[in-house]
Design a protein around this ligand. Structure first.
Ligand code: GDG
Length: 528
């Protein structure tokens, strides 16, 4: 039996006139976003809410230094915030964060040219352990990623998560005072923030972007506090995901769990006189920044330095770039590499692999385990397949400066993104943006959101070691003409649907959906 949601899944995209479609072949830039925001968002204050802050202050030697968080999402939202002069509410986690704010936890940002207010929320060590490491990353993260890591549900962590969400919401309310505002909440750390906001200020426009997958009801129903979490989320005017399948999974969950009317036609939930729109917007990367970086002389110099430092002369180069997270399929990628050398011994000594692994959430055992497995595999491959110039696998457990990362991208003949499950995966898109000469190949897991757009990548399942070994070989031996043609098509997709394009789509959609019928539910009005 097929449900309306199944039919929708088969029908593909829902038609919605898009502001970026109107712009035709034009590639959206940061300036376009700023212009759009100035024209359409003047009448309300923008409030971004995220766990992570855009600027962190750290004390080094007797000095305080400001560090800008370089993620694509932060850059885009920082641009909009700078254009509109709004507020950003986030956890202040830098060791000099408290020393740099006023008595309300505020600091003007960017520090060198103040344009908006960063309002820091303070968390104790125990808050962090329970709300962040506990419920967010010990329960919700494994629950939403289907990788067979068992989520851990602890009442005290859930309770603290609720409290901290409320604390973030209180900070937002204090900042908006009685002004009209659009509050844009980021991610699974803050699923319940909208509830407090709407209870106190029903007129606020509130949207949540969920950056990770959303599983089907069979998976999600094990969460003991499922109903309360879903109810809290439905306080948002709009909830958005990267891909359509996750948006539809969310609607399936609501239909299975709550007394609510799920409108499969309009992708909305009606409940107790209020309505939540559910949409999908695949996120992009900051191509304005990455492409010129990759073409710069500096990147060329850095590439030469890396090659000589790591002893890569005469070697084709494979690259993996990830937080060291069990969802990213890092050991699986290396196991396939080992098989690749067994099956295609002609590559021994002629192919090297660099794995950049940024240490992450190391307080959780599963993360320590993935780190140990990765180290052991790298060591085993290096012992089994030695080469004279240096190791075959380089494991760099470090957080590189983004400029250096771009040099690695530029250099790689192959980039392996082999997640077991991933909301989008920005590395896949950054790699393509950083390959202007088209000399490369993207090996991509079908279980990433990115694979929906990047269909012409070299698709390889992390669950199929033989298949992935063959894909490595296929990508490295594909005739140049067809390889470059595929890379050109993939790169064009990334350049077109970049982070600025994403931000305009999200903001424009929220506005159109909430303004379309202020205070009136069209379906209720038609008795639908
Ligand atoms: C979540 C979802 C979704 C990595 N190493 C270094 C470094 N990185 C940066 C990359 C990239 C980011 O980290 C990793 O991107 P992911 O997409 O894999 O990120 P998650 O942390 O899992 O994020 C994911 C994303 O949200 C956005 O919606 O795509 O699916 O899980 O940007 O460049 N950056 C620097 N040095 C490094 O060594 N500077």
């Amino acid at each position: 039996m097929t449900t309306p949601l199944d039919q929708l899944r088969r029908a593909g995209e829902h038609a919605e006139d898009s502001p970026t479609a109107e712009r035709g072949l034009h590639r959206t830039t940061r300036e376009d976003l700023v212009r759009w925001a100035r024209a359409h968002m003047r009448d309300r204050k923008l409030v971004v809410v995220s766990n992570r802050e855009p600027y962190t202050h750290v004390r080094e030697g007797g000095e305080i230094r400001v560090v800008r968080n370089a993620g694509g999402l932060t850059v885009a939202l920082d641009s909009v915030s700078q254009a509109l002069g709004g507020v950003w509410v986030a956890h202040g986690n830098g060791n000099a964060d408290r020393a740099t704010v006023d008595r309300h936890g505020r600091i003007a940002c960017p520090p060198e040219a103040p344009a908006y207010t960063l309002r820091r929320v303070w968390l104790s060590r125990e808050d962090h352990a329970r709300y962040y490491s506990g419920f967010s990353n010990g329960a919700l993260w494994p629950l939403c990623h289907i990788v067979y890591v068992r989520p851990r549900f602890r009442l005290e962590e859930w309770q603290r998560y609720r409290e901290i969400n409320q604390r973030f919401a209180e900070a937002v309310l204090a900042e908006v005072a009685d002004q009209p505002a659009f509050v844009f909440i980021q991610d699974y750390h803050l699923a319940l923030a909208a509830r407090t906001l709407k209870e106190r200020r029903p007129d606020l426009e509130v949207a949540l972007f969920w950056h990770i997958p959303w599983p089907n009801p069979e998976v999600f129903r094990i969460l003991p506090w499922r109903d309360e979490l879903l109810e809290g989320m439905l306080a948002n005017d709009m909830i958005a995901f990267h891909i359509r399948a996750h948006a539809l999974n969310f609607l399936d969950n609501v239909a299975a769990a709550l007394e609510a009317r799920v409108d499969h036609e309009q992708l909305a939930v009606h409940r107790g006189g209020s309505r939540t729109w559910v949409r999908h917007f695949p996120i992009g990367v900051n191509t304005d920044e990455i492409a010129p970086m990759a073409e710069s002389e500096e990147a060329r110099v850095a590439e030469r330095a890396i090659r000589s430092h790591l002893g890569l002369e005469g070697c084709r180069v494979g690259l993996g770039v990830d937080r060291l997270d069990y969802t990213k399929g890092i050991p699986e990628r290396l196991e396939a590499l080992e098989r690749f050398f067994e099956k295609y011994p002609e590559w021994i000594g002629r192919f090297c692999f660099i794995q950049i692994g940024v240490p992450s959430r190391i307080e959780l055992k599963e993360y320590r385990d993935v780190l140990l497995r990765t180290r052991a595999l790298a060591q085993r491959i290096n012992q089994r397949f030695p080469r004279p110039g240096g190791p075959t696998v380089h494991l760099l457990e470090t957080n590189l400066d983004f400029r250096d990362l771009v040099a690695y991208y530029r250099m790689a003949d192959l980039c392996a993104v082999t997640s077991l499950h991933d909301g989008m995966n920005l590395v896949a898109k950054e790699y393509l943006a950083a390959t202007p000469d088209l000399d490369g190949a993207l090996v991509l897991s079908p279980f990433t959101g990115a694979a929906r757009e990047l269909e012409r990548a070299w698709i390889a399942s992390p669950y199929d070691r033989e298949g992935m070994a063959d894909v490595y070989h296929g990508a490295l031996t594909e005739p140049e003409g067809s390889r470059r043609e595929r890379m050109a098509a993939l790169r064009e997709t990334v350049l077109r649907h970049n982070i600025f394009d994403w931000a305009i789509e999200v903001f424009d959609t929220v506005q159109r959906l909430t303004l379309r019928t202020p205070g009136i539910d069209p379906l209720e009005a038609h008795g639908g």
